[in-house]
Design a protein around this ligand. Sequence first.
Ligand SMILES: [Zn+2]
Length: 479
Amino acid sequence: MRKTAALIMTAVILLLYAIPVNAFTIIYDGKVEEYPWAPIVLVVDGHTVETEEMPPVILNGRTMVPAREFFEQLGAEVTWDNKAKRVYIEYDEETIILTINSRTVYIGSNSASISPADPAPKIINDKTMIPVRFVAEEFGFEVEWVNETRTVRITSPEAEDVRLTNVAFAKEEDADTIFIALDEFVNPNIFRMQEPDRIVIDIYGTESIINDGSIKADGQAVESVRYSQHPDRFRVVADLKADADYEVFKLRNGVEISIIRTGEYDYDEEATAPEDEIVEIPDEEVTIPDTDGKVVVVVDAGHGGNDPGAIYPAGSKNPEAIEKELTLDIARKVRDNLEEAGIYVVMTRDSDVYPTLKERAELANSINADLFVSVHINAMDNKDEIDGAQVYYHKDSYFGKKLAKLVQKNILSYTKLSDKQIQDGSSFYVLKHTKMPAILAECGFITNEGDRNYLKTEKGRQALANAISDGVLEALGLS
Ligand SMILES: [Zn+2]
């Protein structure tokens, strides 16, 4: 009986390989293709997860899953920003941001690259499809491909912590070796980061009994090794001084990472992958500044130079409050807060000058900023009773609206300003012509006495700046 069942199973599996039982049409990158492969099974912690709206598909040999349908079933929060063509996946206090057709991803405040082996996120049959392995592994899941059963086996981070007792470095003839001592083997999560070039080794589900520290390695490829306990993982970073590959060895009492020098450290050389590894990347970003792998936020102080914005009293030669001065001061405070939190900030102006609205939007687009935050003060002549804060967003940007809500909420709790509620500002130039999620915050009315007196105080402007920067950090999952 058993034997018969096994034989039937074998026959079924052979059939799966022999004929395309799953044939359906996939549409992506303007192409229409018959999808020829057999179905893929997704198993998470032993349970099969079905995606009904769109099955997983294999592209370039890698499994792509529908971002929302799949990762929501893992307990992640998934949001789609149609304006920026980005998907935000929040899981266990970490956010991964992926962009359609781009290999650059953000993990917390750091940027990383999807390896050439994995396809970039794509719209397939109108669904946002992302490489499941890359994303799940970044969240600390273990991902395994079981070819016999065409199963992607995903294991969530261990509930039971493994003791981590030592980190050691050895300079050997043919390689630099990092040894991480553990009570038992734990599969590390290793990835490369650039600027500076380094190999990052994350080990989840461990409890470290050693202090954070560093080793002056001076190996063939490794300059130094740093290690520290993070809330959810133990991180070991190998700072490189030459191009290198690495290999991971599973040990009974830990893990060994062998780092082998492959050449001098050279950016051009690194950028040139062997031909057969080059995968076409459409619409890859324009040159971006050296942002040290950080999230990039453009902070825009409204008006400036010959354009004072709103003034009070209107038409006065010697006004008591000028919008361009207030916005610049708040914007600088926002910048200081964000920079302190590890964000790369670019100001559209940092003095009394006037960039045009077009220049402001183009600046943000040209550096491929992640967020755009514009600071203004409202005015309503002859209606001095009107007061309050109001944050604007673009209707096509889910994330922009989320950010607007968070900043509005913070302004109400941090400041004396009243609630004029968030509003669709899709027609505003800087919201319409920026490619990334963007908000425009009207920080009260210069024409209202209460708001104006508040804005004239250092404390008031600082509170507004804190409300804005905290909203940004919260939206990015960094607070
Ligand atoms: Zn303004």
